[in-house]
Design a protein around this ligand. Structure first.
Ligand code: PMP
Length: 406
């Protein structure tokens, strides 16, 4: 039987929502970047050097201590809402950022990626309008797409969405179900929305009753000063907030959280129950054990210092090697990414094979756009390379660009 025969004989019929799912464009691209020896700036992973292995090992041992009731409880089914200690921790941390959150509003999720999936299931009907930034986080587009929304990209600059861009888009169609925003050290651009801009756009959201899904996995990774207060702190009833332990502890734990207004919480909880009953209780107990005595206050500054040195190396290398080329890039004040715009007429995707040939890899920017992509753009991660590798990688990229424009 050849593959075509077996396809024809298949008794399965896909749901429309499955037909709407796409293989992650990035995963396909990353395959060509995985050549051994390549300087890889394409990934979106945190640095494994930052994972607190010893603290995790001790916490695992404490949770599984012989004869302890916690050991058995950690291996039992658990509450769908999440471990009370973690929900309380989230509420307390948000309080420090000016947001008054009750632990009852906190839903522990299997990564904040699950939060995006639950939000999509609870809020999007086929054809619903959903606003996103230009560009936006690819994983959110992937999570929302199966619910078959109509995306509208809001014109955005280095400060994120603008009040005028927002008004223009809103005038053109029905009121969207929500706008999806990444105010801090955005993936993919690294940009941050400043205090003034947050105030301006929030006035528009409130005036029109446009709810916000605020995604903030990178907010703790600031380099010089914390970012402005979250949107949640400014409009409690109009914001669903997503947070994550992936970038401050380790992504393999798959621990994130959603903070929802009380009237939405039960629906998100029901969607969560249908998805996985609860986030692994063992992981939750281990993390609660790790963080209980202020561990993150000591640990996160070490991540900030490391990433800041890498950011500095990347900006310095870009300044040096791109001199004389009409290339632009963001200057992130936190997070993991720099966003590069190549000279007019160049296409980042088309240049990738040449970059890989030269010995370095990036992610082309096109998949991060909900509609019209800017083909000149690309994303660089600075957190999984040494300053010396960053210097060499940026020199290679500049050579590839120089060859393409000459
Ligand atoms: N949102 C954004 C903007 C991200 O970059 C990521 C991870 N790449 C996520 C959400 C999902 O993170 P996690 O599920 O690991 O919490």
């Amino acid at each position: 039987m050849n593959p075509t025969d077996s396809q024809q004989a298949s008794p399965w019929r896909l749901a429309e929502r499955a037909a709407a799912m796409n293989p992650s464009a990035i995963r396909e691209i990353l395959k060509i970047t995985e050549r051994p020896g390549i300087l890889n700036f394409a990934g979106g992973l945190p640095s494994p050097e930052t994972f607190p292995v010893a603290a995790m090992r001790e916490a695992c041992a404490a949770v599984l201590a012989e004869g302890s009731a916690v050991a058995r409880a950690s291996l039992q089914y658990a509450a769908s809402e999440g471990l009370p200690e973690l929900r309380q921790w989230v509420a307390t941390e948000m309080g420090k950022q000016g947001a008054r959150v009750s632990p009852d509003q906190v839903l522990i999720t299997t990564g904040s990626q699950q939060g995006l999936d639950l939000v999509a299931k609870v809020l999007i009907d086929e054809g619903s309008r959903v606003l996103v930034e230009t560009p936006t986080y690819l994983g959110a587009l992937q999570a929302f797409t199966p619910m078959q929304p109509r995306f509208a990209s809001v014109p955005s600059d280095e400060g994120g969405v603008s009040a005028q861009g927002l008004r223009d888009v809103l005038q053109k169609g029905e009121l969207p179900r929500f706008i999806y925003l990444l105010p801090n050290f955005q993936n993919p651009t690294g940009r941050t929305q400043d205090e003034a801009r947050r105030g301006q756009v929030l006035a528009v959201y409130r005036e029109l009753g446009l709810p916000i899904v605020e995604d903030n996995p990178y907010g703790e990774l600031w380099f010089d000063a914390p970012p402005p207060a979250p949107l949640l702190a400014r409009w409690a009833e109009g914001v669903i907030y997503l947070g994550s332990f992936s970038k401050i502890l380790a992504p393999g734990l798959r621990l994130g959280y959603v903070i929802a207004p009380p009237q939405l919480y039960p629906k998100l909880l029901q969607a969560k129950q249908a998805a996985d009953l609860h986030t692994p209780g063992f992981n939750q107990r281990v993390v609660a054990e790790v963080i209980k005595d202020g561990f993150l206050d000591r640990h996160v500054p070490t991540i900030r210092a490391r990433y800041k040195a890498q950011r500095d190396a990347m900006l310095a290398a870009l300044d040096q090697h791109m001199a004389g080329l009409d290339v632009q890039w963001t200057r992130p004040v936190g997070g993991m990414f720099v966003w590069v715009t190549l000279p007019a007429g160049l296409n980042a995707q088309a240049l990738l094979p040449q970059a890989v040939e030269a010995g370095m890899a990036f992610v082309p920017g096109a998949p991060f756009y909900a509609d019209q992509p800017d083909p000149r753009t690309l994303r660089l991660s600075f957190v999984t390379s040494t300053p010396e590798q960053i210097e060499r990688g940026m020199a290679m990229l500049a050579e590839v660009v120089r060859a393409a424009v000459s």
